[in-house]
Design a protein around this ligand. Structure first.
Ligand SMILES: [Zn+2]
Length: 461
């Protein structure tokens, strides 16, 4: 009787620490052994392939309502797309309605995802006010498995002012949780937007000027100071400029607990296509913070290379061009903001990070899987190939060539910001908790097994 349910044979196991030629034995939902000549009821030949821990995407928005529409990917399509691209854990958000308790909003969001998600998921809690009533619910959230809380410095109905942010940070700090901030200074955005309006420049091509790099830097600096005073673990989402990443780096040097997240779009895309494209092309690329000037990309790659970025999330927030993005063709303020990216994050970082010799294979796995799992308290259950970890495993063909087009992808969108981009290396198999979910782009029928992940205390490095 074979000892394992499944054995992956002959592949190169890539962890955040090293690359090893070894077989992996899986029993039930877990990795049970590393070794040679392991015997399984089933065996998968992985020679020539990289064997990776499934990606952990710390920042996605699935099935998220906005004032005018709802994101085009729901839990079903979004997590299937994630798995196709090698991501087997996603962390999304709970956004309580005004007056709704955090507990209630959490239950509702969990229920929504439970029967629909193909991969395990965790949740960040959005906090939009600093009242005692709200803050006293934070410890209960920590117990319920939500250890990260998201604040906004901008967006009406979501934003907190800096004194409010400080009050919330102190409470999160006392509970040992993580404070995530969308950092773009609201006053500077309003001023820039008013200027554009007074000049009649409201077509989508003007959007990047409404949210200048200075707005990001200002809010980043403010939040770092408040984190220093409150001693909170600060996680700055989607940093898009080299200056704000440098600000984080200086803060870290001074032992302030702050983490910089960036996204593939800030490494690979820039605002040229918005400024010089048609209104529809511009609207398709509207996201906040906006895509930046060309030179920023290289500087952000440099920052990644020297270890100034600790996490790469997709900030997947997908809207179709027809009929969603086109709502704002005449006015950039009405364009639903966000880009798709859940499917390509891991592969893009391979081609443009590893193959360009910016990061090693180990760093690639670390930044796309292990480190996000550690930061959000789900390591080593996720983000790891160690014995005992969940058998969320990706077989990745480092030679496979692909040219991106929307038909190839499983995201529910009618475009891809990466259309025409060439990839070398792509997942050929995704295993979720011991079950083969996707093989060569085909779905192997099975039940959706995504469950809510209980996040523990963060590991801030
Ligand atoms: Zn986001």
């Amino acid at each position: 009787m074979p000892e394992f349910d499944l054995v992956i044979q002959g592949g190169s196991l890539v962890t955040h620490e090293n690359v090893t030629r070894m077989d992996i034995g899986i029993r039930g939902e877990n990795i049970a052994a590393w070794g040679t000549n392991l015997e399984g009821k089933e065996t998968i030949d992985a020679s020539g392939l990289l064997v990776l821990p499934g990606g952990v995407d710390p920042h996605v928005h699935l099935q998220m309502p906005t004032p005018t529409t709802i994101t085009s990917d729901d839990w079903n399509s979004g997590t299937l797309a994630a798995a196709c691209g090698g991501t087997t854990t996603v962390i999304d958000f709970v956004e309580p309605n005004p007056g709704q308790s955090l507990q209630d909003a959490l239950q509702q969001r969990k229920a929504e995802a439970n029967d629909s998600s193909w991969v395990d998921f965790a949740l960040h809690m959005t906090i939009t006010d600093s009242s005692d009533e709200t803050l006293k619910q934070i410890p209960a959230m920590m117990k319920a498995g939500v250890s990260s809380f998201k604040l906004y410095t901008t967006y009406d109905g979501m934003k907190l002012d800096y004194p409010g942010i400080f009050i919330v940070m102190k409470k999160i700090s006392a509970s040992g949780g993580i404070c995530m901030v969308h950092a773009e200074d609201d006053l500077l955005i309003q001023r820039a937007t008013q200027n554009l309006i007074s000049e009649g420049r409201i077509a989508p091509q003007n959007f990047p000027f409404s949210r200048p790099p200075s707005a990001e830097l200002e809010a980043v600096n403010q939040c770092i100071e408040l984190a220093w005073e409150s001693k909170v673990n600060l996680y700055l989402v989607h940093l898009s400029t080299s200056q704000s990443i440098r600000a984080v780096s200086v803060a870290r040097y001074n032992h302030i607990k702050v983490i910089a997240e960036t996204c593939p779009q800030y490494l690979l895309l820039d605002q040229q296509a918005i400024l010089h494209g048609s209104a529809i092309e511009a609207a398709a690329l509207v996201c906040s913070p906006p895509l930046r000037e060309v030179f920023e990309k290289e500087l952000i790659w440099n920052a990644l290379e020297i270890g100034q970025i600790q996490s790469v999330g997709s900030d997947h927030c997908s809207f179709r061009i027809h009929p969603q993005k086109e709502i704002g063709l005449g006015d950039f303020r009405k364009v639903p903001g966000g880009l798709p990216g859940i499917e390509l994050r891991y592969p893009l970082m391979h081609t443009y990070g590893v193959l360009n010799q910016c990061i090693s294979l180990q760093n690639w796995v670390n930044i796309c899987s292990t480190q996000p799992a550690k930061i959000f308290g789900i390591f080593p259950q996720k983000g790891s190939l160690a014995v005992g970890s969940d058998a969320d495993i990706v077989l990745f063909d480092p030679q496979k060539k692909l040219t991106i087009n929307p038909e190839l992808l499983h995201e529910q969108v009618d475009y891809s910001p990466y259309n025409g981009v060439e990839l070398t290396g792509y997942p050929v198999m995704t295993i979720v908790k011991g079950q083969v979910l996707i093989k060569d782009g085909n779905f192997i029928e099975q039940k959706k097994s995504g469950k809510f992940l209980h996040c523990g205390l963060p590991e801030f490095m």
